[in-house]
Design a protein around this ligand. Sequence first.
Ligand SMILES: [Zn+2]
Length: 377
Amino acid sequence: MMIKGFKIKIHPNKEQKILMNKTFGCARFAYNWTLNKQLEAFKNGEKFIQEKELRKEFTKLKKDMKTKGEAWLYEIPNNATKQAIKDCFRAYENFFNSKAKKPKFKSKKHSKLSFYNDTYKIKVFNNKVQLEVIGLINLAEENRIPSGKIYNPRISFDGLNYWLSVNVQVDDNQINKNSDKEKTEPIGIDLGIKTLMTCSNEMNFKKINTEKQIKKLKRLQKRASRHYLNMKNNKTTEKSKNLLKLEKSILKQYQRITNIRLNNIHQITTNIIKLNPSHIVIEDLVISNMIKNKHLSYKIEDCSFYEIRRQLEYKCEWNNINLIIADKWFASSKICSNCGNKKEILSLSERTYKCDYCNCIIDRDFNASINLKNLAI
Ligand SMILES: [Zn+2]
């Protein structure tokens, strides 16, 4: 048994969005109310308030508000406020026992918008999720979340999209679909900028082209920076409607690019895993050293390498494949995969490996991938 975390985009409809936004507000209200209660008690020299007591009082508050015509705390899933009280109680308890910093009040503008859904009331289907009160919501990706016991489901909003995070207890048998089948040869993978992955079994995966989208992103950022400059010149901190709109477009465009890449990497890693190799070998990239480049397109590239490794890590684990991360000093490019001779100098511009010893001529990245594969043999 193991617990796996998942975060997946969801597509609520208009009414659901309204309801979810209300729930974020109510959860924040309950959290701040709890914190205030504890701080007041502390100030008055009273005892630390227990969770049960807090929940009782909150129910009373809800009823009192309703009789005054304010029933908004009844419109949202009950568990969202219940858990917010619990969360704040824990945070305050940890502070009280000197295990954590003093919890802060959640602000409308700067705090993460999130709420909890009851574990027993949430239901995850192939392409939908059923939430308490809010109803059935479409998931952005099908079949991402495996079936199993769900822990700590949370809904959040990042300013643009709504997300579902869950921890799922997965059965080993359920995930190691290939584990009982015979394994195939190990695969070494060389990661690169142009050819994203060069594999020792002669499979190649090019980097997906997002030039157009990146150009658009840069254009948007340039426009925004002009707005920022104007604000500075006019000594104002208030963002215009246009700037806020622009910032949203930037976030959207950035996510669009990330999604294209993410989906591409998912496809590639799944293709490799399906071959059911005994081992997969990749390099331990010191990424920030590899690409010392301030340009945005390279920053996104950076994330691709992390993402490839992250996906391979969990997909290998699920499919009983050994993932070997080669030592970062392993000279996968400098060694001749044919005779084992090591070159002392190999410049980055040499795309073809020519061995001085055995006269072997081979593509540089392919040579590296074979050397990586050989680590598993
Ligand atoms: Zn050689």
